[in-house]
Ligand binder design. Structure first.
Ligand SMILES: Nc1ncnc2c1ncn2[C@@H]1O[C@H](COP(=O)(O)OP(=O)(O)OP(=O)(O)O)[C@@H](O)[C@H]1O
Ligand SMILES: [Mg+2]
Length: 305
């Protein structure tokens, strides 16, 4: 099937790269199945996909925690398996599960980050913890799950990393904290000319903060486009509607808010006037793509250039 969307041109600089990355875990689970991906410098990229799609596995490959079975990953051109300290020095990583040290206070974690990470600046971390009224003297074991995530995110901000790799950073945050963190992240990324990739299932978060959308499904990349392009190139109609636009391609069918069946279509942007279809929201683009990723498991667009 010919792709209607061309991948946006990367200006020769990718903060994170994956080349033909496959990961097969012991027991035979194929978590990643030939991922080619460039995260352009300066972008804030949403990594989306159903549970088990391979998002965390890919992120862990970039930080050198999971070794690809084949293919390669790079952080600003550095292979984390060849030079882990140099790769990690450029990354601010927050794992899906908070990984705080037992028996240490919040302040201990700030001090530890300062001693382990060159250039760590405790200022932004302390400011964020202060805003959230998280006491520095509290043992992190006694914090709530959301507060633990907040500590991890606040520590990541202090790294002034060149690229933030945030695995569902907002999942356990309350709505106000979510919104605040996204503002802080966007400001930090823009101020430092940094890059961020964050996995999320929450589409309002993606709309608020991200400029690029990557969808994984079944360990494969099924979409990789700027968010504006994702919206402008898709249309929605009822499952029965047949567009008049020549070359329109059905992507996936999913339930609408009232239980009706809707189909997402990929159409050329200049044919936005098809009477059978209306504009798609980002949520509908993602729902249609997720539906498509269930079956068949083939890439539809955004192939690497
Ligand atoms: N350590 C492991 N050993 C064996 N299989 C694993 C391991 N880690 C992940 N998997 C499997 O790899 C696949 C991808 O998992 P991964 O955690 O990357 O998905 P995900 O997209 O992050 O999902 P979620 O949205 O639930 O966080 C899943 O089928 C999972 O069961
Ligand atoms: Mg995950």
């Amino acid at each position: 099937m010919e792709a209607l969307i061309q991948p946006s041109v990367v200006d020769g600089k990718a903060a994170l790269q994956a080349r033909a990355v496959a990961k097969r875990y012991r027991g035979g689970v194929r978590a990643l199945d030939g991922i080619d991906l460039d995260i352009p410098v300066g972008s804030i990229c949403a990594l989306v996909g159903p549970n088990g799609a391979g998002k965390s596995t890919l992120m862990k490959a970039w930080v050198g925690f999971e070794r690809p079975s084949s293919g390669s990953v790079a952080v600003f051109g550095i292979n984390p398996w060849r030079n882990r300290p140099a790769a990690l020095d450029r990354i601010g990583y927050v794992s899906q599960k908070p990984s705080l040290y037992r028996g240490l206070t919040v302040a201990d974690h700030v001090a530890l980050a300062g001693s382990l990470r060159s250039g760590f600046d405790p200022g932004p971390t302390r400011r964020r913890l202060d805003e959230l009224a998280i006491p520095l003297g509290q043992d992190t074991r006694t914090l709530s799950g959301g507060q633990q995530a907040q500590v991890m995110l606040a520590l990541a901000l202090g790294t002034h990393a060149q690229v933030f790799v945030l695995d569902e950073p907002l999942a356990s945050l309350d709505p106000l904290a979510r919104r605040e963190f996204l503002h802080v992240l966007v400001d930090a990324v823009r101020a430092d000319g940094a890059t961020a990739v964050l996995s999320s299932h929450v589409i309002t978060d993606i709309e608020q903060a991200c400029d690029r959308l990557v969808v994984l499904g079944g360990g494969r990349k099924i979409l990789d486009v700027p968010i504006a392009e994702a919206i402008s190139s898709h249309r929605v109609g009822t499952a029965e509607a047949l567009p008049e636009t020549a070359g329109a391609q059905p992507v996936g069918t999913f339930p609408g808010p009232f239980g009706e069946r809707l189909t997402l279509w990929l159409v050329p942007p200049e044919r936005a006037d098809d009477p059978a279809l209306r504009g798609a929201t980002l949520e509908e683009v993602i729902l249609g793509q997720l539906a498509a990723s269930r079956s068949p498991r083939t890439p539809t667009q955004g192939q690497p250039s």
